[in-house]
Write a protein that binds this ligand. Structure first.
Ligand code: FES
Length: 213
């Protein structure tokens, strides 16, 4: 056999066996791949209870879902009943006549925050005299900003200045006007909160989705 034949045979051995330090590298590669695959499956299996835990249930998703409110039967001066809840909180929907709307703009001297300067209490679209997307319809969370009682809608001259009624909290006597603005000198520190909402027609709103009328 010539020197050339020896060199060719040696190269063949290297290619066919693909060995390194006595270990078959092809086999080693296969074992690494198989081990990695098993480890990945194990990791997914171990994580599954946590993934399941983190995934909100259908009930939880529904609890935070937007709520549609049809107020087509609401007459001026009334508050919608029965009261609809959104995220477990009562939503007050009130209809205001022209006299009430005008009073909201003029009788503000007895109010603590007549211009809605606290940005936590309403979306941008509700920073106006009636704190709503449309003057005729007010939409507020029915939760007193003092300690969380639910105020009552009053239609009498509960508020001496305006005589237009509003909301009265029986727990500690806080008063809010028909735009949910808190009266000075009562325990409640802030105006009633305005939830995010949008009109989908003249008489239907969706609470939980923000947008202008
Ligand atoms: S909870 Fe309304 S006044 Fe205290």
């Amino acid at each position: 056999m010539s020197d050339g034949d020896v060199a060719i045979d040696s190269a063949k051995d290297d290619n066919n066996d693909a060995t390194s330090g006595g270990v078959n590298t092809g086999r080693r590669y296969f074992l690494i791949q198989a081990t990695s695959a098993v480890a990945a499956v194990g990791a997914v299996g171990a994580a599954w209870p946590f993934v399941k835990y983190w995934t909100p249930s259908a009930k939880a998703r529904a609890a935070g879902a937007p709520v549609k409110i049809d107020f087509s039967k609401l007459a001026p001066g009334e508050m919608l009943s029965p009261i609809v809840a959104w995220r477990g909180k009562p939503i007050f929907v009130v209809s205001r006549d022209k006299t009430s709307i005008d009073a909201l703009k003029s009788d503000t001297s007895d109010l603590a925050d007549p211009d809605s300067l606290n940005p936590e209490q309403q979306p941008e679209f509700a920073v106006n005299a009636w704190r709503s997307a449309k003057p005729e319809i007010g939409v507020y969370l029915g939760i007193c900003t003092h300690l969380g009682c639910s105020p009552k809608h009053v239609v009498t001259d509960n508020f001496e200045a305006s005589g237009q009624g509003g909301f009265f909290c029986p727990c500690h006597g806080s008063k809010f006007d028909l735009a949910g603005r808190v009266v000075k000198g009562v325990p409640a520190p802030d105006n009633l909160e305005v939830p995010p909402y949008r009109f989908v027609s003249d008489t239907v709103i969706v609470i939980g989705e923000e947008g202008n009328a």
